[in-house]
Design a protein around this ligand. Structure first.
Ligand SMILES: NC(=O)c1ccc[n+]([C@@H]2O[C@H](COP(=O)([O-])OP(=O)(O)OC[C@H]3O[C@@H](n4cnc5c(N)ncnc54)[C@H](OP(=O)(O)O)[C@@H]3O)[C@@H](O)[C@H]2O)c1
Length: 241
């Protein structure tokens, strides 16, 4: 029987590409989203992938959402923590709300999703936890102290939890994308993209969501069983760790 993958923020952007690639690789897939019902319905109709709405920043909502997914499709064996937000501001102008929203979604959301699934993975002696961090969690980014802190936190989470999961057949890894051509990035004025952003990327272009999705498919596979605690950079050479 094929394994079940749950992708948070799996109905749009990079998450949608991940959901679609996992389905194409033969997995059963459940996609979570926060509130954009219109996009989620269109995604379901287009892909046949089941979408489930809850807020990853709320622990109880995650417990209830995961229970619903597992009752419908079976145990979650692959968790992709992809849901993430930005609330950018220079630090001297950043509000506690902007700080808390980003930490609660991007970092606490990863705890809230992984914790309820972890015991089942341990019991079954198999699991894959793959978290989408960011280049800005590796290098820091002006105007994104909250986002950079949350994404760097995801890397610490990954490294520590990998050590706990290793003996139980569970791998825990992170991917750090650079600039990916999602709606958000494509909405940046072309002049800014061409004159300020792309010149920072040695390969000379934005990444594609599918390029991140293919890394997820590999990390989810049995072939990747010896890779754990890793951070995979996919940034076109923009930042070399
Ligand atoms: N795009 C880039 O260049 C880039 C670069 C580096 C890292 N990343 C990371 O990659 C991930 C995906 O980015 P993206 O650009 O594809 O984002 P996106 O297009 O804005 O999509 C975000 C997805 O996350 C969901 N989401 C947001 N907050 C949520 C919450 N509290 N609970 C549940 N779902 C929630 C959204 O649901 P709704 O549809 O309901 O709003 C949406 O499906 C993020 O973690 C981001 O930080 C992106």
């Amino acid at each position: 029987m094929s394994r079940l993958a749950l992708v948070t923020g799996g109905t749009r952007g990079i998450g949608a590409a991940i959901s679609i690639a996992l389905k194409a690789a033969g997995y059963k897939v459940a996609a979570n989203y926060a509130g954009n019902d219109e996009k989620a319905k269109a995604f379901e109709a287009e892909t046949g992938i089941h979408a489930f709405k809850w807020d990853v920043s709320n622990y109880q909502a995650c417990v209830e959402g995961i229970t619903k997914v597992e009752a419908t499709l079976g145990p979650v064996e692959i968790l992709v923590n992809n849901a993430g937000i930005t609330r950018d501001a220079m630090f001297h102008k950043m509000t506690p709300e902007q700080w808390n929203e980003v930490i609660n979604t991007n970092l606490n959301g990863v705890f809230n999703m992984t914790h309820p699934i972890w015991s089942g993975m341990r019991d079954r002696n198999f699991g894959r936890v793959i978290t989408i961090s960011s280049i800005n969690g590796q290098k820091g980014q002006m105007g994104q102290v909250n986002y950079s802190a949350s994404k760097a936190g995801d890397l610490g989470f990954t490294k520590a939890l990998a050590q706990e999961g290793a003996a139980k057949g569970i791998t825990v890894n992170a991917i750090c994308p650079g600039y990916i051509g999602t709606e958000m990035v494509r909405a940046v004025p072309e002049k800014v993209l061409n004159e300020r952003i792309i010149p920072q990327i040695p390969v000379g272009r934005l990444g594609e969501p599918e390029e991140i999705a293919r890394i997820v498919v590999f990390l989810a596979s049995d072939d990747a069983g010896f890779i754990t605690g890793s951070t995979i950079s996919a940034n076109g050479g923009q930042f070399v760790v």
